[in-house]
Ligand binder design. Structure first.
Ligand code: NAD
Length: 254
């Protein structure tokens, strides 16, 4: 799909990888909509790129439905590109010094990372299905962000890994269902990306993690993630696949 002129929704666009994807898509000529729980963050990015900011929690059904309706009304055009970046990565042992972790903790991570991604996907697909077909008979592309923790979760990542493995798992049935409408569903599984999510770590931990990469031995730059998003959008033969962006790292247990 060609990017210029398309309406592109980026969730979690107020920070990190989502923010860089917003800038990238705007530079490529897309009409960008930033959906983020932090309305201030979304507004800051939207102002810079002349996009639309929507402060919304992706886990909420009715507010997100209203957001999707308002996007179509404002641009008078259906959404063609969705990049799901909203997510959280809290780590906790299943059984800590104070006993078993609360079930609410596990539920919250699944709610945001997995159910939030599905919530966006179902509403975006509904809008795309009703739209006119574009170049190459495409109606849309949905790119979800998993993580290599979907495959090699570390100690403390039961909830995060389960949520990201869920994103990987739902991709194929979604792509199969939407294929007849010319909608592709792809997943990117990044390794360690240099964003606020990981910037809080002590340097020693960051260096040790980066050294586990094969080559190059450094964190992924958010711009490298955005460039991959751009390629996935542009290449119509990429569908129902997970692409690792990780410099060959295989995470250890700790
Ligand atoms: N940083 C990494 O190393 C890394 C690695 C693999 C995967 N990921 C995944 O990439 C995605 C982006 O991560 P990042 O590093 O840019 O994180 P980040 O913390 O910089 O940005 C995440 C954004 O999501 C928003 N958000 C969180 N919960 C939300 C909700 N319920 N509704 C709407 N917005 C919400 C936050 O407000 C924030 O702006 C996440 O899904 C993360 O799990 C990150």
């Amino acid at each position: 799909m060609k990017i210029p002129g398309k309406v592109a929704v980026v969730t979690g666009g107020g920070s990190g990888m989502g923010e860089v994807v917003c800038r990238y898509l705007a530079e490529q000529g897309a009409k960008v909509v930033i959906i983020d729980k932090s309305e201030n963050a979304a507004l800051r990015v939207a102002k810079e790129i002349q996009g639309i900011a929507i402060g919304c929690d992706v886990t909420q059904a009715a507010p997100l439905e209203a957001a999707f309706t308002s996007i179509e009304q404002q641009y008078e055009q259906a959404i063609a590109i969705v990049v799901n970046c909203a997510g959280v990565a809290p780590a906790k042992r299943m059984v800590g010094k104070e006993g078993p972790v609360s079930l609410a903790w596990f539920e919250e991570v699944i709610q945001i990372n997995l159910i939030g991604t599905f919530n966006v996907m179902r509403l975006a697909a509904d809008q795309m299905i009703k739209a006119q077909a574009m170049d190459d008979n495409e109606r849309g592309i949905i790119i979800n962000t998993a993580s290599i923790a979907a495959f090699e979760g570390q100690i403390g990542q039961t909830a995060y890994s389960a949520s990201k493995a869920g994103i990987v798992g739902m991709m194929l049935p979604a792509a199969r269902e939407l294929a007849q409408f010319g909608i592709r569903v792809m997943t990117i599984a990044p390794g360690l990306v240099d964003t606020p999510m990981l910037q809080g770590m002590p340097d020693k931990v960051r260096d040790s993690l980066a050294s586990q990469s094969l080559f190059p031995k450094r964190f992924v730059k958010p711009a490298e993630f955005a460039a991959l998003v751009g390629h996935v959008i542009s290449n119509p033969m990429l569908n129902a696949e997970v692409i690792r962006l990780d410099a060959g790292i295989r995470m250890q247990a700790t």
